[in-house]
Ligand binder design. Sequence first.
Ligand SMILES: Nc1ncnc2c1ncn2[C@@H]1O[C@H](COP(=O)(O)OP(=O)(O)OP(=O)(O)O)[C@@H](O)[C@H]1O
Ligand SMILES: [Mg+2]
Length: 209
Amino acid sequence: MATVGNSTNIFWHECPVNKVDRQKLLNQRGCVVWITGLSGSGKSTLACSLGRELHSRGKLSYVLDGDNLRHGLNKNLGFSAEDRAENIRRVGEVAKLFADAGLICIASLISPYRKDRDACRAMLPDGNFVEVFMNTPLEVCEQRDAKGLYKLARAGKIKGFTGIDDPYEPPLNCEIELRTLNGICPTPSEMAGQVASYLGDRGFLHYTE
Ligand SMILES: Nc1ncnc2c1ncn2[C@@H]1O[C@H](COP(=O)(O)OP(=O)(O)OP(=O)(O)O)[C@@H](O)[C@H]1O
Ligand SMILES: [Mg+2]
């Protein structure tokens, strides 16, 4: 009897077309670009900018954005530590499927807990999880307050808001760190270019045997 998680009598069904076949078809390598950072740090902006950059280079990508996924797949989850963990686990699993499909999957979520991000990293082969830390200072995020959420959190109207009354654990060994330099934040397209260069240098933007 095969037991997987809470399921029994489960068997893996192998399909004749595999990841390598799909990568050859697309002339790229599937991977996950995982963008983490505070609310307002610019994750969604970078995700879209990177998606556009890759599209213009003829590379297939797909953005899994935290807020968008909470409209569907994750709409039954809240913001408790358990729900945040389950939110990240599901996105990690979906990202893994997209990478297996041969796509460059761009996941943009606050994903505040190191343990949850590391669990997603562990789902993928070495080197295929590219963690990008949007290291934008809290003051800058709060000043931007694009959604008005920091104001509500400061007023105590939202509980458990990352950076205010819930922790954000910065990555210890991320592949790319994007930070504000001397108070100047690089433009989204500059940051997207940096991530795209990283992917190019690591061979994700072509398929060679
Ligand atoms: N590189 C940048 N330079 C200046 N402003 C930026 C930059 N990137 C994003 N912004 C602005 O910051 C605000 C927040 O950006 P964005 O929505 O991408 O953040 P986020 O990290 O996705 O936040 P959340 O976790 O709440 O979804 C937006 O108003 C956006 O226009
Ligand atoms: Mg966002």
